[in-house]
Design a protein around this ligand. Structure first.
Ligand code: MEV
Length: 315
């Protein structure tokens, strides 16, 4: 083939961000039914060129926050014995960067799929995630792997670091309102600040982390029982623990409070925090729209509404 195309989608962590890095379970949802996708097209060409909204130039000069992407592409070329291959790689992404939506992992997943298609090679999920985590480790420090797992999954996942994934179906009413503060989160920084807190105050930090893990376990049960109110309560608790871990932000606090004041059953930051996005749980679409409107009035830059039971929607 002289062209390969790869797709992926955004993700939202419902419960368990940060604590997942320490081996606690987490729940994450692929956001497949809203307009947050990434498509990578790679074509054989003369030079090694990258075209994206943020970067136009050669692979060799790709640097800064794209170092992980550069190394991933180099690794793929080496793997296919094609270090000197000329290509033209185009990004088309609707996932905002550094907002807790898994933009970097989704980009890597789509790049890997595109190159495997170009080289007409079959790709299994384990290899796909392993390769994506090469980029994630360079971009974010010591990631748990949850972002690569969710952006390559069609189903919600119950995730424990270094364990086999348990995908599961969700059959529960309720909608998620995702709202972007417009402030860039910084996953690497957030993860290392929790690590520092852990070193400085081990016992209280360990308690917060295990409380987050427990809330994720209870949330899985609430999802299975179809109990949206209980899920909302657990999201509120989780947000409190994350705030105590120091990964919230004044804009996140404003949005969480606004969502609750406007009828959300629960609301929390999602992803690494210190900026990025919140998720709010609404009992129905009508409430979701009202909450979204209030979030925009309170300063959110953008919002998305996704049914919780979205796993049957086509990509
Ligand atoms: C980032 O989406 C989630 C974190 O838990 C980091 C990780 O799991 O790698 C903050």
């Amino acid at each position: 083939l002289n062209e390969g195309i790869g797709h992926s989608h955004a993700k939202a962590i419902l419960m368990g961000e940060h604590s997942v890095v320490y081996g606690e379970p987490a729940i994450a949802l692929p956001l497949k039914n809203i307009d947050m996708t990434v498509t990578i097209t790679v074509r054989s060409d003369q030079q090694q060129l990258i075209h994206s909204k943020y970067y136009e130039g050669t692979l060799r000069d790709l640097a800064g926050s794209y170092e992980g992407i550069r190394q991933l592409i180099m690794r793929l070329l080496t793997q296919f014995n094609a270090n000197d291959l000329g290509f033209d790689l185009r990004f088309a992404s609707k996932i905002p960067q550094e907002r807790g939506m898994g933009s970097s992992a989704a980009t890597s997943i789509a790049i890997i799929r595109a190159f495997y298609q170009l080289f007409e090679t079959k790709l299994d999920t384990k290899t796909l995630r392993h390769l994506a985590n090469i980029e994630e480790s360079i971009t974010h420090g010591s990631p748990s792997g949850i972002d690569a797992a969710t952006t390559s999954s069609s189903d919600p996942i119950f995730f424990i670091k270094n364990k086999e994934l348990t995908p599961f179906k969700i059959d529960i009413p309720g909608y998620l309102v995702i709202a972007d503060t417009g402030v860039m989160g910084q996953t690497g920084l957030a993860v290392s600040s929790v690590r520092r807190l852990f070193d400085e105050e081990p016992s209280s930090t360990r308690r917060l982390i295990s409380n987050l893990g427990q809330a994720a376990i209870e949330a899985k049960q609430a999802l299975q029982d179809g109990d949206v109110e209980q899920l909302g309560d657990l999201m509120n608790k989780a947000h409190g623990y994350l705030h105590a871990l120091g990964v919230s932000h004044p804009h996140l606090e404003t949005l969480v409070k606004t969502a609750l004041k406007n009828g959300a059953l629960g609301a929390k930051l999602t992803g690494s925090g210190i900026g990025g996005s919140i998720i709010a749980l609404a009992k129905d679409l009508h409430d979701a729209k009202r909450i979204a409107k209030a979030l925009i009035a309170a300063g959110a830059k953008e919002y998305w509404i996704s049914p919780l039971s979205a796993d049957s929607q086509a990509e």
